[in-house]
Design a protein around this ligand. Structure first.
Ligand code: AMP
Ligand code: MG
Length: 518
């Protein structure tokens, strides 16, 4: 029996209107809304770890009551569905009211250890915030969100989670590449789980509307529910300290993304979690051949605003928008400048630690900088796979450096040939510095393999799982979920899930480029 405690509804002002009709919603943080039923819900997958957190059994989640609830066809006692009102800056411009256009929260569960988890259906039908769209989600994007949420968690990266993946039995029309070629695709619903789904945009909307009262309510609520460490903080200093914590958490999150080669793809302020979690898995992607300019999002291809290498700057820009929103409550420039400076500091410190660990040094030293820069430059120009490179680097015997060990990280034999002399030079220097560092080889390998994953949700693997699921075969979803539980461990027999992107996937939709159409 789950215990619900729906604080967001109880403590924040809501919209008196309860239809799901499209509208602007003022002076309210949420609107009550009913999910739109689907025709034939089928539970395709679920997360064991999330079941444990929620203290649900495998039998329960497969029961008709739960499958219906996870599809928006019914409720478990205590559930009270609603959609949140928020705004956001999209691609650098204020976009006005956005809100949960296809996400419907079911309520907040508190488990026996006092941990709070909000359950939220993504793709359960229209809400007052659906704008021009249908409130639905397709199977392909739902598989991607389900798998990646859990994969990120197991990588040790802050993220919203996923409890379940349900196929709806209905079709959804999508023009995947916005090129006048609409197709009927299978519909699905993911039940996402998070301590909070609040975004920067939940604050921006009220600031932009000059609704200070609701903005204050949103801030007080968030601090009180989600930042217990600030409860006893002196009133006058709370906002400053809170903003600083958000900056620090965001910095750590982005450093993690950069560590594993994750590119979010749509870092609009409505997709930035106030808790510093990875949120809203859309056209995200994983870097195969190292390339700071790579963006998985076709909508972003021209501007590359959200490409891999710009993520740290964009997160800071987004924090500046949050600062702007909070300014009307606390018009003291210094506190925001301090928070943003903290962002830079925390990011730089985290990144230095990550670099040291990725390359196997006992700690960061500035003298490593030219070596590290040369490595990234070479990896970029020679098209070297980021994940494979760092795993193989751990296998290099620093007493007898041999480039052959790194060979499997190259996509192109021709480029390997071209860059061989520079790489050999680099490797020699790397081995010298590693020897000078004087670490036990076993210890060096162990630290490297703790930060350099063996298995990530490579874009083409997700696409293969999707193509199979589309034929009714969910075995690859299960298999990926299993392998990605232990991303840092070698898993004999599972090597194929560590394989470099095959040639056929290089330019295939879903494998190297993704659209926002989901
Ligand atoms: P995104 O940047 O993709 O996370 O979404 C931006 C806004 O569009 C959010 O307010 C979403 O809720 C909304 N949205 C995206 N897809 C749909 C859809 N299929 N139906 C309704 N709203 C959507
Ligand atoms: Mg979003």
């Amino acid at each position: 029996m789950l215990t619900f405690d729906n604080k967001f509804l109880q403590e924040l002002p809501g919209d008196p209107e309860t239809t799901n009709q499209l509208r602007q919603v003022f002076h309210a943080c949420w609107s009550r809304v009913m999910p739109t039923p689907v025709s034939a819900p089928r539970l395709l997958a679920w997360s064991r770890e999330m079941l444990e957190e929620l203290e649900l059994s495998e039998q329960e989640i497969q029961s008709p009551d739960w499958v219906n609830a996870l599809a928006g066809n019914g409720f478990i006692p205590g559930m009270e569905p609603y959609a949140m009102c928020y705004g956001g800056h999209q691609f650098g411009h204020w976009a006005g009211q956005l809100g949960d256009g296809r996400a419907i929260s079911l309520g907040e569960v508190v488990n026996s250890r006092g941990r709070r988890w909000e359950l939220q259906l993504k793709g359960a039908g229209v809400t007052p915030y659906s704008r021009m769209a249908d409130g639905r989600a397709v199977l392909r994007s739902s598989v991607r969100e389900f798998l990646c949420s859990e994969a990120m968690h197991h990588l040790g990266i802050p993220t919203t989670r996923a409890l379940s993946l349900v196929q709806t039995g209905d079709f959804v029309i999508r023009d995947m590449f916005y090129n006048g070629n609409p197709q009927a695709e299978k519909g699905a619903i993911v039940c996402r789980v998070s301590p909070s789904f609040v975004r920067f945009g939940n604050f921006e909307i009220f600031s932009m509307r000059e609704d200070r009262e609701t903005l204050q309510a949103m801030v007080d609520f968030t601090i009180d529910r989600d930042f217990p460490e600030l409860r006893d903080y002196p009133e006058e200093e709370r906002v400053a300290e809170w903003f600083a914590i958000v900056c620090a958490r965001t910095a750590r999150l982005i450093a993690h993304w950069m560590r594993v080669g994750f590119v979010h793809g749509v870092m609009n302020t409505d997709n930035m979690s106030i808790l510093g979690l990875t949120i809203d898995y859309g056209p995200y992607g994983w870097v195969d051949n190292f390339d700071p300019g790579w963006t998985p999002n076709t909508t972003d291809a021209a501007g590359r605003r959200y490409c891999f290498g710009r993520q740290p700057d964009i997160a800071r820009w987004n924090l500046e928008r949050l600062a702007q929103a909070l300014y009307s409550l606390k018009p003291e420039r210094e506190i925001y400048d301090e928070g943003l400076m903290l962002y830079d500091q925390v990011y730089n410190k985290e990144w230095a630690g990550i670099l040291a660990a990725k390359f196997g040094f006992s700690g960061w030293r500035d003298e490593y900088e030219p070596l590290v820069n040369e490595a990234f430059d070479l990896m970029y120009h020679a098209e070297v796979d980021m994940t494979e490179f760092f795993r193989k680097l751990a296998e290099v015997d620093v007493e007898t450096p041999a480039l052959a060990i790194l060979q499997s990280a190259f996509y192109s034999p021709a480029l390997l040939d071209t860059f061989k002399p520079r790489f050999e030079q680099w490797l020699k220097r790397y081995c010298q510095l590693t020897q000078a560092d004087g670490r036990e080889p076993a210890e060096r390998v162990a630290t490297m393999n703790r930060v350099n994953p063996r298995y990530v949700l490579r874009n083409y693997l997700a696409q293969q799982a999707i193509d199979l699921a589309d034929t009714g075969d969910t075995s690859m979803i299960d298999e990926l979920l299993e392998v990605l539980r232990k991303p840092y461990e070698e898993q004999p027999g599972k090597e194929r899930f560590a394989a470099l992107r095959p040639d056929w996937a290089r330019h295939k939709a879903g494998c190297s480029m993704l659209s926002c159409s989901s």
